[in-house]
Design a protein around this ligand. Structure first.
Ligand code: UDP
Length: 327
């Protein structure tokens, strides 16, 4: 297959490119390198470009005959989305429309979309199933939910088919430590805990200890990036086999509290880094856990890395490597 991977120089996209390359597929990466890194692209050809640039996309699609598109390129920081909503509606929604439009014009009818559990907002039920209506509570979640809606309507009106994968809390890194999360301004719990263990930050803040959860801290469903990539490969296979448009949750179906994650990071690293109790972070649902029965049943997804210690260990090896490279 020849596959276009937008955002293929970023954290999750680069893992997809690695796997597709290893499987012998022809990969073209389209990334503006705003948060991605050239050296994270382990296979295929990197085209530096922006999804805002409809003319550049048109030229690319005219020059290459893609069998499918995997669309990862997006802005992903919830708090930033509250401060700069238009950045999110532009990058995530408007630019996705550019990409869908160019697909339609060039008869590229298979599309895998990086969606998010943030479309659920604060779900009344946990684990949450895909048929719970989206009710995002921040512009990031709204921008992704709007793309899902556009995909649904376009696929009803044409031959175009898509799989939208709603990611829960993605963490971990390539087993061989070639690629991983590289955000300078990371906001995610596991990454920040590891950077605190490395002494790059003075302490970790535990955002909220008065939630209605067993230990008072928020519970999340942490999924290893490579199990998520397996889901993408299955989604592509589904579309290549003529399968219809689908939306699937990607998570393990159980979660860990912030305090449990901090404890596990201390165990894996052997470093008792400081963690202090702080106030709640705005917009955090108490618990966010995937019901992933649908993707297991329909695509045969069988995650093999459902192990918090493994997730943290691979992320830890990566963080150590990144730190050492800088010195
Ligand atoms: N969290 C925390 N301290 C941090 C970063 C995150 O306590 O420095 C908490 C956050 O409030 C949430 C959980 O860890 O309850 C997961 O947050 P993260 O940003 O990793 O992912 P999110 O669930 O927001 O996508």
């Amino acid at each position: 297959m020849k596959i276009l991977v937008t955002g293929g120089a970023g954290y999750i996209g680069s893992h997809m490119v690695r796997t597709l390359g290893e499987q012998g597929h022809d990969v073209v990466v389209y990334d503006n390198l705003s948060t991605g890194h050239r050296e994270s692209v382990l296979h295929g050809r990197l085209v530096v470009g922006d999804t805002a640039d409809a003319a550049a996309l048109d030229r690319l699609f005219a020059a290459e005959r893609f069998d499918a598109v995997a669309h990862f390129a997006a802005s992903i920081v919830v708090e930033e989305s509250v401060r700069e909503p238009l950045k999110y509606y532009r990058n995530n929604f408007s630019n996705a429309l550019n990409l869908i439009d160019v697909c339609l014009r060039h008869q590229v009818e298979r599309f895998v979309f990086s969606s998010t559990a943030a479309v659920y907002g604060i779900p009344a039920e946990s684990p949450v199933t895909e048929d719970v209506p989206p009710a995002p509570i921040n512009p990031y979640g709204s921008s992704k939910a709007m793309v899902e809606q556009a995909l649904r309507d376009v696929s009803r009106a044409s031959q175009f088919r898509y799989v939208a994968l709603r990611y829960f809390n993605v963490a971990g890194a390539d087993e061989m430590v070639r690629i991983g999360q590289k955000y300078k301004d990371a906001t995610h719990l596991i990454t920040l805990s590891l950077r605190t263990a490395l002494g790059l930050r003075p302490r970790l803040n535990i955002f909220g200890t008065d939630y209605e959860t067993p230990d008072g801290t928020c519970i999340r469903d942490y999924i290893h990036v490579d199990d998520l990539i397996d889901a993408h490969v299955l989604a592509l296979g589904h579309l290549m086999a003529g399968g219809g448009s689908k939306i699937y949750n990607c998570g393990y179906g159980h979660g860990y509290s912030v305090k449990e994650v901090v404890r596990a990071v201390r165990e894996v690293t052997g470093i008792g880094f400081p963690a202090v109790e702080a106030g709640r972070r705005a917009g955090d649902p108490p618990a966010l856990i995937a019901d992933s029965a649908l993707i297991r049943k329909e695509l045969g997804w069988r995650p093999s890395r459902d192990d918090l210690q493994y997730i943290i260990r691979t992320a830890w090896e990566w963080e150590k490597k990144v730190v050492n490279r800088k010195q």
